[in-house]
Design a protein around this ligand. Structure first.
Ligand code: ADP
Ligand code: MG
Length: 597
């Protein structure tokens, strides 16, 4: 076959395959153009998941009549004045409009700021029309209809309209996050209206998008190293999600889904969150343009840092530090959600609110009042044990105000042999003693392991634990390292080990259970890596065994010691599996449960 030059139309279509993967990528390109044009207000309307219609209207600078044909031509851009190293706009390749025009029907209507008329140009099947006068407000309107009609193969790869609609929403959210001063409106027959009025700052915009919950259950991130600035908010570990969708990462204002950065975020939460859960975060990385290459892939949103280690270290370090600063704080969402659920279900209509106190306040229910489902059980679970508990003394002196003011307050009772109920100035705290203690032991173990050899306690009678042969081998192979961690084991015949010493910190533990779990954990750890580098996992396994099991009665002094310890220990708001170690119910929440608010 002879070699032939590709037609212009063909080149555009091939390029379009890279830039325009799906409707959301069209939206991204068009909204970025509007942002680059200095718009204060951007409206996005879609129909049929964006495949039928995408319309973006902005109030930016607009395009001159004479520039309209150039705008839709490939490799034409108004943005490369400073060269590739000085890119400050989102676009610069000059290929979005041309690519979009190659895979859909495109109309651009624009009126230059200050001009007294607008002009429109259309591209259909590669043919560019002449510019014609058109009624338009200052700014630009770009319409794309019948996306991919010219490339049916691509059309087949589209997910459902619903999925495309959702992807467009995500795209607009990401763009809105970095541009809080711009008003975004997202509408169309295939979606609910989203309106994000312009705000003063990033925090407000984030709250508009992710909600109050996130605002209340996250910490601020602010750090700088070697010319790289990191800012944003990171969710508390207990505020985690089943997938990574709510991880918003930006590099110089550009939304990225960069594997290295996502990995760094994951690393920051490594021992606070279960392996199948995902943190929520919005992080902004800003660095001089010459320290990053954004030119890696037009649509894949990957970037290349000149010093990836620096960026990773910054993200991991700053997020961990901020989370440690949050200390014992656990998410309040659980309590708030519970209160909300009750408040919503409980009939609070005026008809049910007695004008005068009911005659039998705690007797027969009010006429017409049906207790919400679950309320009785929940109340019972919370309070059933209280009167019977030996730990509650009717004559206990009222706690001092200063003691109540401590974050976790004053322990008043232990219920169900595992929950410590404590009173604070303005609410109550319920601590899961097993989960809390597990975290405390874990943090202490890690500190001890990190310094020198761990103090050990000698077992008077060695404990013999039966194990599978390969488990015995694995433990024997690590015996030296385990001893450093405070655990002395040796093979005892082919199918058993003898446990001679245990880490003192663990207190009284079931040695057999601990050794079996450790053997499982070792099977997962590559023989080439040292145990110290897998400390988190080993310490986690040990902590789980060394913790106050639920079911143990605690004396008031023990409860108090546990709470104070929690207040001092970083990360004590969540257990090592990422669940909260305590929940807090504010008096206001309680009052809402009783309809007093
Ligand atoms: P790029 O954004 O990389 O320059 P595009 O193909 O997206 O390439 O756009 C080509 C040119 O069209 C831009 O450089 C800009 O001058 C102009 N343009 C596109 N969209 C708009 C808009 N909404 N407002 C003003 N000018 C626009
Ligand atoms: Mg562009």
């Amino acid at each position: 076959m002879p070699i032939r030059r590709l037609s212009e139309d063909m080149v555009n279509r091939i390029a379009a395959g890279e830039v325009v993967e799906r409707p959301a990528s069209v939206v991204k390109e068009l909204v970025e153009n509007a942002i680059d044009a200095g718009a204060r207000r951007i409206e996005v309307a879609t129909a049929g998941g964006g495949l039928a219609l995408i319309r973006i209207t902005d109030d930016g600078g607009g395009i001159d009549r004479d520039d309209l044909p150039l705008a839709v031509e490939r490799h034409c851009t108004s943005k490369l004045d400073g060269g590739l190293d000085a890119i400050r706009t989102l676009g610069f390749r000059g290929e979005a409009l041309a690519s979009i025009a190659a895979v859909g029907r495109l109309t651009v209507t624009s009126r230059r700021r200050g001009a007294d008329a607008g002009w429109a140009i259309a591209v259909d099947g590669g043919r560019v029309s002449a510019a014609v006068p058109a009624a338009a407000a200052p700014g630009t309107r770009v319409e794309v209809s019948d996306l991919f009609f010219a490339t049916p193969a691509r059309l087949k790869f589209m997910k459902s309209e619903r999925a495309e609609t959702a992807a467009i929403t995500e795209t607009v959210r990401r763009l809105a996050m970095t541009n809080p001063g711009i008003r975004f409106a997202l509408s169309g027959p295939d979606r609910a209206l989203t309106d994000l009025p312009a705000t003063d700052g990033f925090a407000e915009r984030l709250e508009q998008i992710l909600g109050r919950d996130f605002a209340e259950n996250s910490v601020e991130i602010e750090a700088e190293r070697g010319g790289v600035r990191l800012s944003g908010r990171a969710g508390l570990p207990t505020y985690n999600r089943g997938n990574a969708v709510q991880q918003y990462l930006f590099v110089n204002g550009r939304a990225v889904r960069d594997k290295q950065l996502l990995g760094a975020l994951r690393g920051a939460y490594a021992d606070f969150i279960g392996r199948d859960r995902h943190p929520v975060a919005a992080l902004f990385i800003d660095l001089p343009p010459d320290m990053v290459d954004v030119n890696v892939h037009p649509a894949k949103a990957e970037v290349r840092f000149r010093d990836p280690g620096l960026v990773r270290g910054l993200v991991v370090g700053a997020v961990r530090e901020a989370l440690a600063g949050a200390g014992h704080r656990a998410t309040r969402t659980g309590a708030a959600a519970m209160a909300d659920a009750f408040a919503r279900r409980a009939p609070m209509a005026p008809a049910f609110r007695p004008a005068a106190p009911a005659r039998e306040p705690y007797g027969a229910p009010l006429p017409g009042f049906t207790p919400p489902p679950g309320l009785a059980e929940a109340a019972q679970a919370l309070f059933a044990d209280l009167p019977a508990s030996a730990d509650i003394r009717a004559d206990a002196p009222a706690p001092a105000a200063a003691d109540l003011a401590r974050p976790l307050g004053v322990p008043r009772a232990q219920i169900h042999e595992n929950y410590i109920v404590a009173q604070t100035t303005d609410g109550l705290v319920v601590v899961d003693q097993h989960a809390a203690h597990e975290r405390l032991v874990y943090e202490r173990l890690k500190a001890a392991l990190g310094s020198a050899a761990v103090p050990r306690q000698l077992l008077l009678v060695p404990e013999i634990v039966d194990l599978a042969e390969d488990d015995v081998e694995r433990l024997a192979g690590r015996a030296g390292e385990l001893a450093e961690l405070g655990l002395v084991v040796e093979p005892f015949g082919p199918g058993a080990v003898a446990v001679r010493e245990l880490p003192a910190i663990l207190g009284k533990v079931d040695a057999a259970g601990l050794v079996r779990d450790l053997a499982d954990e070792l099977a997962d750890i590559d023989t080439a890596t040292t145990l110290r580098s897998s400390l988190d996992r080993v310490a986690g396994t040990m902590a789980c065994h060394g913790s106050v099991r639920s079911g143990r009665r605690l004396r008031p002094e023990e409860m108090d010691a546990l709470l104070r310890d929690m207040e001092r220990t970083p990360h004590s708001g969540q257990c090592i599996h990422g669940r909260p170690t305590y929940i807090e119910l504010k008096l206001a929440d309680i009052e809402r449960l009783f309809g007093r608010r």
